[in-house]
Design a protein around this ligand. Structure first.
Ligand code: AMP
Length: 279
C-alpha cells in the first residue's frame, strides 16, 4: 500500500493504472477509521481494480471550530487498518495541498441543502462538495463510495456531480452498526460510558419506526420516536423526521416509494446522526 501526501505524487502513481484502463475507486474519509469505513473499502474492492482511500479532515465543512479542533486524528491506527483492508493507495494531503490559497466556493445544491443538517450546520454541504470536487479532480475515479450513514451528504454529492457533469458513479453503502444498534461513527470515541448508553435511543427510535411502519400513521410514528428520544436525559434532539429520500421534505403519505427516517441529536457533548430507509 502506497501513502502519498501530494496531488502530484498521487497522479504519477495513478497514471499507469489509468493507462492500463483499470477501474479506480475512491473512498473519501476524514480518518479515525472504523468498520463502517472498512466496509466501504470492501465494497470498492469488489467493484474496482484499484482502491484509493483519502484521509483529510476538511476544515471548510466544519461550522464549529471546536468540533474541528477535537476531531480525532489517529493516523498510525488508520494506516494499520488500511494496510489490512486491501486498500491500494492512501492519499493524506496536508490542508495547504488542498487549499493553497483562500477561495470562495458556492454551487447550487437545490433546496435540500438547507434542510436537516443544512439547517443546523450552515454552509456544511458547500464545504463537503468543495472538498469532494477537489478529491474527484485529483483522483478522477470511475466510482466513489459513500455511506448511507450520511444520507443527506450522498444526495448533495450526487447534486454536485450532476452540476459539473462529472464522469463518476456514486455508490451508497449500508450503515454498519455496533451489535447493540449504535451506528458506527468516528465521533463515538467522544462518548462517555453513560453517553454511549444514552446514544442507543437514536437507533432504538429508528428501529421502532421501521417495525411499526405498517401499523401506525406517520404523525403517530413521529410522536413516539421523538418522545423516546426527548425522555432520555442527556440527549438533546435536533430533529427526527420521516422524509422523502430525494427531497428530504417531510412525508405524510406512507404510500410513497422512497421514505427515510432521519435523526440528529446531541448526546452529552457529541452530536450524532443516524437514519433508516423505510420504503
Ligand atoms: P467520515 O470519515 O465520517 O467522513 O466518513 C467517511 C465515509 O464513511 C462517509 O461516506 C460516511 O458516510 C461513511 N461512514 C461513516 N460511518 C459509517 C458507518 N457506520 N457505516 C457505513 N459507512 C459509514
Amino acid at each position: 500500500m502506497e501513502v502519498v501526501n501530494t496531488i502530484t505524487a498521487l497522479r504519477s502513481l495513478l497514471g499507469p493504472i489509468k493507462l492500463a484502463k483499470q477501474k479506480i475507486a475512491l473512498v473519501p474519509t476524514m480518518g479515525a477509521l472504523h468498520k463502517g469505513h472498512l466496509s466501504l473499502i470492501d465494497l470498492a474492492k469488489q467493484q474496482a481494480d484499484f482502491v484509493v482511500c483519502s484521509i483529510f479532515v476538511n476544515p471548510t465543512q466544519f461550522t464549529d471550530p471546536k468540533d474541528l479542533e477535537k476531531y480525532p486524528r489517529p493516523l498510525e491506527h488508520d494506516l494499520d487498518m488500511l494496510r489490512t483492508s486491501g486498500c491500494d493507495l492512501v492519499f493524506m494531503p496536508p490542508v495547504k495541498e488542498m487549499y493553497p490559497k483562500p477561495e470562495n466556493w458556492h454551487i447550487d445544491l437545490g433546496p435540500a441543502e438547507f434542510l436537516l443538517e443544512g439547517e443546523f450546520r450552515k454552509g456544511h454541504y458547500q464545504g463537503v462538495t468543495q472538498i469532494v470536487k477537489k478529491l474527484f479532480d485529483a483522483v478522477t475515479p470511475d466510482l466513489a463510495f459513500f455511506g448511507q450513514k450520511d444520507f443527506q451528504q450522498v444526495l448533495m454529492i450526487q447534486k454536485m456531480v450532476n452540476y459539473f457533469s462529472m464522469p463518476v458513479r456514486i455508490i451508497t453503502c449500508p450503515i454498519i452498526r455496533e451489535e447493540d444498534g449504535l451506528a458506527m461513527s468516528s465521533r463515538n470515541i467522544h462518548l462517555s460510558a453513560e453517553d454511549r448508553q444514552d446514544a442507543l435511543v437514536l437507533s432504538k427510535a429508528l428501529y421502532y419506526v421501521r417495525d411499526h411502519f405498517a401499523s401506525l400513521n406517520i404523525p403517530e410514528l413521529l410522536q413516539e420516536a421523538r418522545a423516546m428520544i426527548q425522555s432520555t436525559p442527556g440527549v438533546e434532539l435536533d430533529y427526527f423526521t420521516i422524509a422523502d429520500g430525494a427531497t428530504l421534505m417531510p412525508v405524510l403519505d406512507k404510500g410513497e416509494s422512497n421514505i427515510v427516517a432521519l435523526v440528529a441529536a446531541r448526546v452529552g457533548q457529541t452530536r450524532l446522526i443516524d437514519n433508516m430507509i423505510l420504503s
